[in-house]
Ligand binder design. Structure first.
Ligand SMILES: Cc1cc2nc3c(=O)[nH]c(=O)nc-3n(C[C@H](O)[C@H](O)[C@H](O)COP(=O)(O)OP(=O)(O)OC[C@H]3O[C@@H](n4cnc5c(N)ncnc54)[C@H](O)[C@@H]3O)c2cc1C
Length: 460
């Protein structure tokens, strides 16, 4: 039986006592959920407006997906950009891509403004592909980027593989040929099956430490306008014509607007007293998947990196998307003063959370999953050192929206309610961008329609 032990939670040095909501209160804005989405939304609302904010967290700040992820900063959608362009048009898809990429600057802005000490590593990361379907899909995404005025990402294809392929003319200029051995070097791969690599800006950050530090900054900087209550699970949100009542076990918050930053899974009901019912469509629209990770520390000093591996021989995986891949992040180990060390974390295996089933972060970690990650590392990752002990094994819950795109904006059935949720596997940069967008909406800005607008929650 392996306990759920995340390196990001292990690095938190909490000193703040848990203060639950114990008496009824009033605020302009009630935020439900204290992961990175809730905390960053609070940051931007407090900086962009004069509103007062109450944040209600069921457990502790950053102990949800924010404390159990891979900590990889990356800006891709878990769905081809070309597919998003087919649904929304090239211009809106590219605007969505640019919005997510704008979060790089927002994170730096937050770190500077709030004097955070959470390390942020940025570098060129990679994704390795083993079959033609992946290669062509990414070339096509690159074409969409170019059509929309974004720089294409660097795609390198094995010269040996290209010798037996015909690449459609429309992709000319969107890739370069490299000897196969160089492709493997870029991926630090020992498995020879990779035929192409795509490079893009990536980063590593402990999003839990970032959120925890940011919470401390907000509490200290806005004592009159920001109130944080942890250990305060919300039971129901009642929406009126121009206000809402948010009820926890012990007390209620009366607010003008409510922002749900709950990732998607919450044991609460949404009661709309002013318009059509929301509850069923909301809960049915976010599906749960448990993601599993494992990490080891060794006493080497290696440069930070983030690589996604799409192997061709993993058709037997449990991944519900059928799109089995492994993602690896490597960074300096920041947990102890025992000299330089590197923390290497790998994830990939996922399990579907059956509809209605409950997930607990206290559940044990599955041993076969640990083996599947270890097998992958042995076969694919060249620097893998079997000598190092696996010191962290963890799982976390992800909320997938039907279209794989984060929901950020106003609930069409009652604008008192807003969302910044739906992690969809890659959620750190989108939640940060989402926090800014929520604050812009609450400041009264009229924003152009976006791929993030909560539309499908309306359609039952
Ligand atoms: C295994 C795994 C790997 C991942 N890897 C990456 C990655 O490499 N890169 C990336 O960008 N993203 C990754 N993600 C996704 C990313 O972690 C999330 O999208 C991101 O942390 C956004 O978090 P959030 O604030 O929306 O949700 P969360 O961090 O889950 O926060 C939601 C909060 O809401 C609270 N809450 C829920 N219900 C209630 C209620 N009724 N009352 C009060 N509070 C409530 C929860 O307790 C929780 O703290 C990964 C996720 C997992 C699980």
């Amino acid at each position: 039986m392996i306990p759920n032990r995340s390196p990001w939670i292990a690095q938190l040095k909490r000193t703040r006592p848990i203060v639950p909501l114990s008496q009824d209160s009033h605020a302009d804005i009630a935020i439900v959920g204290g992961g990175i989405a809730g905390i960053v939304s609070a940051f931007f609302i407090l900086h962009y407006t004069n509103h007062s904010v109450v944040l209600l967290e069921a457990d502790k700040i950053a102990h949800g997906a924010t404390g159990h992820n891979a900590g990889q900063l990356t800006s891709y959608f878990e769905r081809p950009l070309a597919d998003i362009a087919r649904e929304f048009g090239v211009s809106m898809a590219i605007d969505g891509q640019k919005s997510v990429e704008s979060a790089w600057g927002l994170i730096e802005h937050i770190i500077t403004t709030a004097h955070l000490r959470t390390p942020l590593y940025t570098f060129t990361g990679a994704a390795g592909f083993s079959d033609s379907a992946h290669v062509f899909a990414h070339l096509h995404d690159n074409l969409i980027r170019k059509q929309g005025g974004l720089l294409p990402e660097h795609m390198y294809i094995s010269a040996e593989w290209l010798a037996n392929q015909t690449i459609p003319e429309q992709y000319t200029g969107l890739y370069s040929a490299l000897p196969h051995s160089h492709i493997l070097e870029k991926l630090e791969a020992k498995h020879s099956g990779y035929i192409a690599v795509m490079e893009s800006k990536k980063g590593c950050m402990n999003s839990a430490l970032f959120s925890e530090e940011l919470a401390g900054y907000l509490v200290a900087t806005f004592p009159d306008r920001f109130h944080l209550y942890e250990g305060s699970p919300v039971k129901n949100v009642r929406l009126h014509e121009s206000s809402a009542t948010v009820t926890t076990a012990r007390a209620r918050v009366h607010a003008r607007r409510v922002v749900l930053c709950t990732n998607g899974f919450e044991k609460f009901s949404l009661i709309n007293e002013y318009g059509r019912a929301i509850d069923t469509s909301f809960h049915a629209s976010v599906a749960g998947r448990i993601g599993y990770m494992s990490g080891y520390v060794d006493s080497t000093q290696q440069k930070p990196t983030a690589v996604s591996y799409f192997p061709s021989n993993h058709a037997d995986s449990h991944d519900p998307t059928g799109e089995s891949y492994f993602y690896l992040t490597r960074r300096p180990h920041e947990h102890s003063d025992a000299g330089p060390a590197t923390l290497t974390c790998t994830g990939g295996p996922e399990k579907v959370l059956p509809n209605g089933a409950e997930y607990s972060r206290h559940d044990f970690y599955d041993e076969d999953i640990q083996e599947s990650i270890a097998d992958f590392m042995d076969l694919h990752y060249k620097p893998h050192t079997k000598k190092a002990d696996t010191v962290f094994q963890w799982h976390g819950l992800m909320g997938y929206t039907p279209d794989g795109i984060r929901r950020v904006g106003v609930e069409p059935r009652n604008p008192v309610l807003l969302y910044n949720l739906g992690c969809n596997g890659v959620g750190i940069l989108p939640s940060v961008y989402g926090g800014k967008r929520i604050a812009q909406i609450l400041r009264g800005e009229v924003l152009p329609p976006s791929i993030f607008d909560p539309r499908d929650i309306l359609d039952e």
